[in-house]
Write a protein of this length. Structure first.
Length: 399
């Protein structure tokens, strides 16, 4: 099917063309794209996340950010953004009171179309399959799955009652049937199990045991998985094995809003740093830590840690690392550009030693990107690997 087969707005036809040309929209999902209009699942007020080159702040600096677009005030702009390959925020602060402008924490959205269709392609859905959609959001993804799988094949679970109600109404208006359940998607939907496929459209920091238990043997779980080390996720395609475990590769770097109970709670600095133990040195530079592939690898290799790298007011750089399982911490300060870093660390875990070793391992392995990594999951633990399941990262197995 070509993009010209899509009926409707010119901007939507153009979106379809771009998705096809990029490889995101495969021929088997094109009929569903044509039938399920993203705009039909959006509220009147939306906050598209616009790239830096399209937005300037008051100082004239290009800055990526969410902007407010209201269909009641500018219908043409609203449809224009609905038909672009951008993520669109539809809720802030878990639905708490706010004005018309963007809030601080986005908590529900219409995901970037190219990412959605890549996840759907990886899922490998066929007519008649039973599918669990974890994280209903606007309801568009459930609608796409319902169009593809047929009547009564799709259940979708949403933690937010208002979001679920709006999605149910939009699905009904679009003539698409999916069972919309209000609840914790991390618990799955046992009443309709077993599922042939499970798709998650929010970021998780662990694959929940109920998903493994509710998936049919040989079934597939597709989910954005990451660690607390950074906000970045990678989409995993896990095949459920006869023993109830699952394993598979990461196939794309992505970034999704996190499950409410999987959000990183930033440590209170004063509860960690009581004194400054003796300093050591490092040749690692801030740019080494900023590499997104390195961040992902370090997060897998050094579990239960979060970090930040920033520029001080005097122009020097600093990095802080905090354990989320005890009060271990590390700090690296670079007093001179391109000079060695000064390391302080304390607590039961030597966090900087772990980060430094993981970075060295990643470099020795040829600096693998996310698609060289994979994950094996049991109800109790997750084990990351590189290139093949038997090639484990050094010392990594955790709940």
């Amino acid at each position: 099917m070509t993009a010209t087969a899509f009926q409707g707005r010119p901007s939507r036809i153009e979106l379809g063309r771009r998705l096809i040309e990029s490889g995101a929209l495969s021929s088997d999902w094109a009929p569903s794209f044509a039938a399920v209009d993203r705009a039909a699942f959006l509220p009147d007020r939306i906050w598209p996340f616009v790239p830096a080159e399209q937005v300037q702040d008051q100082g004239g600096t290009a800055t990526a950010r969410a902007i407010t677009v209201d269909r009641r005030q500018d219908e043409a702009a609203w449809y224009g953004y609905a038909d672009t390959d951008l993520a669109i925020v539809t809720q802030w602060e878990d639905g708490g009171p706010q004005g018309s402008g963007p809030g601080q924490t986005p908590t529900s959205s219409s995901s970037q179309p190219s990412v959605v269709y890549r996840l759907l392609a990886a899922l490998g859905v066929d007519q008649g399959m039973r599918v669990l959609d974890a994280g209903t959001g606007t309801g568009e993804t459930a609608g796409l799955l319902a169009h593809r799988c047929g009547a009564r094949g799709v259940a979708t679970v949403e933690v937010d009652t208002a979001v679920a109600s709006a999605a149910r109404e939009r699905l009904c208006r679009a003539g698409l049937y999916a069972e919309v359940v209000v609840g914790d998607a991390l618990a799955g939907h046992p009443a309709k199990a077993p599922f042939d496929r499970l798709l998650c459209t929010f970021g998780v920091r662990a694959i929940p045991a109920p998903w493994l238990q509710q998936a049919r043997r040989g079934g597939v779980i597709v989910a954005p998985y990451g660690t607390h080390y950074s906000s970045r996720d990678a989409a995993a395609r896990l095949t459920v094995r006869p023993d109830g475990t699952a394993s598979g590769p990461f196939f794309a770097g992505v970034e999704f809003m996190k499950a409410r109970t999987h959000r990183t709670v930033w440590p209170q600095h004063g509860e960690y740093v009581k004194d400054w133990p003796g300093a050591t040195g490092t040749a690692v530079q801030p740019d080494d830590l900023a590499d997104t592939d390195a961040e992902f690898a370090i997060g897998l290799a050094v579990p239960g840690v979060t970090h930040t790298v920033y520029r001080e007011a005097d122009g020097t750089w600093a990095a802080w690392f905090y354990s989320l399982t005890d009060q271990s911490w590390a700090c690296v300060h670079w007093p001179r550009e391109d000079g060695p870093g000064v390391v302080h660390q304390d607590g039961p875990r030597r966090l900087w030693d772990g980060v430094d070793a993981a970075l060295a391992w990643w470099d020795t392995e040829g600096r693998p990107g996310v698609t060289r990594f994979g994950l094996t999951v049991t109800p109790e633990a997750a084990t990351p690997w590189v290139d093949e399941p038997g090639n484990l990262l050094p010392g990594t197995r955790w709940r």
